[in-house]
Design a protein around this ligand. Structure first.
Ligand code: SAH
Length: 214
């Protein structure tokens, strides 16, 4: 579990690249610069950890591309005191980036038991403390901890899950890739009891958000 000067140097290069690609939020760039992505990947991929690409993790899933992680996090517009719900813990890399934001509490849900167990252990080793890590179906959100100021979905959904939009606080943001083969990054902002603003932010590719396994 080491972080060498080589890794740190590669991370600085990655941060520069993300800035060139248009990421502006300093907190997000700092978080990317401070999370050792290589520790969230299989050690055989160590040389690729700071390449701006998605890579395979366990259970046929992928660790998201750093640009995508930065882009989604920027869209969440996090501030102190926000309660954040993440759907699709996966490797835990995106969770770690969220946790680098001062004063936010993070809840994260994963439906693959193998990943849930593996990442739970990794969080302990790295002393990362999400408020709660849940093994379950993210489609349902987390009703007993709702509402959330921010919800991030890290898998592609064919349409927006009703429970997630309902669990947004007033002014809360839901960032979710929507579509089947390709996804369009979409942000919903709750503007009232029954009203939402919807904005789209271009094409991405995600593994699918799956239902009904557990
Ligand atoms: N944020 C992760 C991305 C992992 S890929 C990372 O950076 O590593 C998407 C994850 O969503 C996978 O781990 C997959 O198992 C999980 N997933 C898919 N459908 C889900 C659902 N209904 N509820 C919770 N997690 C789900």
């Amino acid at each position: 579990m080491t972080d060498s000067t080589k890794h740190q140097g590669q991370r600085r290069q990655l941060v520069k690249l993300l800035e060139e690609k248009g990421i502006k939020d300093k907190q997000v760039l700092n978080a990317i610069g401070n999370v050792p992505r290589h520790l969230f990947m299989d050690s055989v991929l160590d040389d690729y950890a700071y390449v701006d690409k998605a890579y395979p993790i366990a259970a046929d899933q992928t660790i998201s591309q750093p640009y995508t992680v930065a882009f989604q996090t920027e869209l969440l517009q996090l501030k102190k005191g926000d309660r954040v719900l993440e759907i699709g813990t996966g490797s835990g890399y995106q969770t770690a980036v969220l946790l680098k934001h001062e004063g936010v509490s993070v809840y994260t849900i994963e439906r693959q038991q193998e990943l849930y167990k593996k990442t739970n252990l990794l969080f302990k080793k790295l002393k990362l403390s999400p408020k709660k890590m849940i093994f379950g179906d993210g489609y349902k959100g987390l009703i007993d901890k709702a509402p959330f100021e921010a919800i991030i979905v890290t898998a592609g959904a064919s349409k927006v899950p009703k429970a997630l939009i309902e669990q947004l606080a007033s002014g809360g943001r839901l960032v979710i890739p929507i579509g089947d083969k390709n996804q369009i990054m979409t942000r919903y902002v709750r503007t009232g009891e029954k009203s939402f603003d919807r904005q789209t932010f271009g094409n991405f590719r995600f593994v699918p958000l799956l239902k009904n396994k557990i």
